[in-house]
Design a protein around this ligand. Structure first.
Ligand code: ADP
Ligand code: ZN
Length: 445
């Protein structure tokens, strides 16, 4: 990736000043222009050509941004049905890379990229990393798996474009990660939040104090839902600012949304995407501030733009201006995906609600696992959570702690789960996204 950062003024807060500081009117004018062009371009794909015909619309019918609502939604199922290349809007000859989603919820899906797509993607990631204060003088270590998962090459290309010295450490092997952090003077790391707590455990075992022994100052954390409480914990553990990073293979990968220094929500880049929040049942738009499903239209992609893609992620609009000077929409941290929702005894529960409560107890470490079972005809939830320190000699204290956790969980989720306190390091840690829920119930609801 071409190092663009070297030629920039390091004191400027913006990587793409003109785009980042656009007024709402300018953003919307650019979006309309790009939406019209994208819709025309999509007619090269037999899939969209047919979809438009069925819906009785033509690209010329898109005259205002509001007209986007006449375009049918695209779903993950559409990607699966047309697997692998059926949604391409260019010939395969023009494509230079494919990625595939990690398949957290079902079969993988394939996303194609042209050279231009890869370059625009890197621009988004570089913009984000610059926004939180990183410059070519920084050393960036990426602890994502490389390969099909977009967190690897996505951050790699973006960090190179910004011009940092990049350390493609890839996932796992914490001792090696720590050695790199120390030897290379790493100042920034990209990681899934669940991995950072594991890394800190290994630092503790090795007698390494990140404040004293490293130059770390910025974390980009994302790829999985996490609570504000989890972020604060990570920041306190390391003495490092942790910024939420939202990515999704179908849009490109990491880079789609990122927090600025204000940490007041994710700026979604509206020169690249049109953001809609809809009611997942009626599919009608919900007012700003209300939670709904995030729907994204990529308006700056060549190989495989997606129109009104239903992400399944639940969030809400927080605002369309920010003290940082960027007017690109700010979205709340993801509550989870609609398919992460557990339905227990008729109550809807998201894993993140449980995490939020657990993280409030200083006696608890950060790793937890929720197991759902059926006994006779009753659904049960067991929350296993690691203890920060073992105080097994004080049985009464453990019992008290468990019942305080139960009560706090009941206040949040309206059900009383079983709570099991386990020693630190005893729950499984995955190399990529954390697995928080195991559903062993006889009947899926
Ligand atoms: P998969 O769909 O197989 O998990 P992706 O790597 O494309 O593959 O994952 C994208 C999804 O990851 C998003 O739709 C969202 O559910 C989740 N995700 C990514 N970043 C975040 C984040 N910062 N907060 C919450 N969820 C996130
Ligand atoms: Zn901002």
């Amino acid at each position: 990736m071409k190092n663009i950062g070297m030629t920039k003024d390091y004191s400027c807060e913006y990587f793409n000043p003109e785009i980042e500081t656009m007024t709402r009117e300018q953003i919307e004018a650019l979006q309309l222009e790009r939406l019209k062009a994208t819709v025309k371009h999509c007619m090269n794909s037999p899939f969209y050509k047919k979809r438009f015909k069925e819906a009785g619309i033509t690209p010329e019918d898109i005259k205002t941004l509001g007209d986007i609502r006449n375009i049918p939604f695209t779903t993950k199922q559409d990607l699966r049905d047309t697997y692998p290349f059926g949604l391409a809007s260019v010939s395969i000859e023009k494509c230079t890379r494919l990625h595939s989603s990690s398949g957290t919820t079902g079969n993988p899906t394939v996303i194609l990229h042209t050279d231009k797509d890869i370059d625009e993607w890197a621009n988004q990631v570089a913009r984000n990393l610059w926004m939180v204060g990183l410059r070519p003088t920084d050393v960036f270590q990426n602890s994502s798996g490389y390969g099909m998962f977009t967190g690897g090459l996505g951050f790699q290309n973006g960090a190179e474009k910004l011009g940092m010295l990049t350390v493609p450490a890839a996932a796992g092997n914490s001792l090696r990660q720590i050695k790199f952090i120390k030897d290379f003077g790493t100042t920034a790391i990209h990681a899934v939040p669940s991995y950072l707590t594991r890394l800190k455990e290994v630092m503790d075992q090795e007698g390494i104090d990140p404040r004293r022994d490293t130059k770390l100052k910025v974390f980009a954390i994302g790829a999985e839902p996490h609570s504000e409480e989890q972020r604060k914990r990570i920041e306190d553990m390391f003495g490092v600012k942790a910024y939420n990073s939202f990515g999704m293979s179908e849009m490109c990968g990491p880079g789609v949304g990122f927090e600025c220094k204000e940490q007041n929500g994710l700026h979604f880049w509206e020169d690249y995407y049109i953001v809609e929040i809809v009611d997942p049942e009626t599919l009608e738009p919900v007012p700003d501030g209300e939670i709904g499903e995030l729907v994204l239209t990529s308006i700056c992609r060549e190989a495989m733009p997606l129109l009104r893609y239903r992400t399944r992620d639940l969030t809400r609009v927080l605002g369309r201006s920010c003290p940082c000077g960027r007017n690109h929409v700010r979205l709340d941290r993801m509550k989870g995906r609609s398919d992460d929702m557990m339905v227990l005894k008729g109550v809807n529960i998201f894993p993140i609600q449980i995490e939020k409560i657990l993280m409030r107890f200083p006696e608890l470490a950060s790793n937890y696992l929720i197991t759902l079972t059926t006994d006779e005809d009753n659904d049960n939830m067991t929350v296993e959570v690691e203890l920060e320190d073992l105080f097994t000699d004080d049985f009464q204290r453990l019992l008290d702690l468990a019942s305080r956790i139960k009560r706090a969980l009941k206040d949040e989720i309206l059900l009383t789960p079983h709570v099991k306190l386990v020693p630190k390091g005893s729950l499984p840690v995955s190399e990529g996204k954390a697995v928080r829920v195991i559903d062993k119930r006889k009947v899926y609801q």
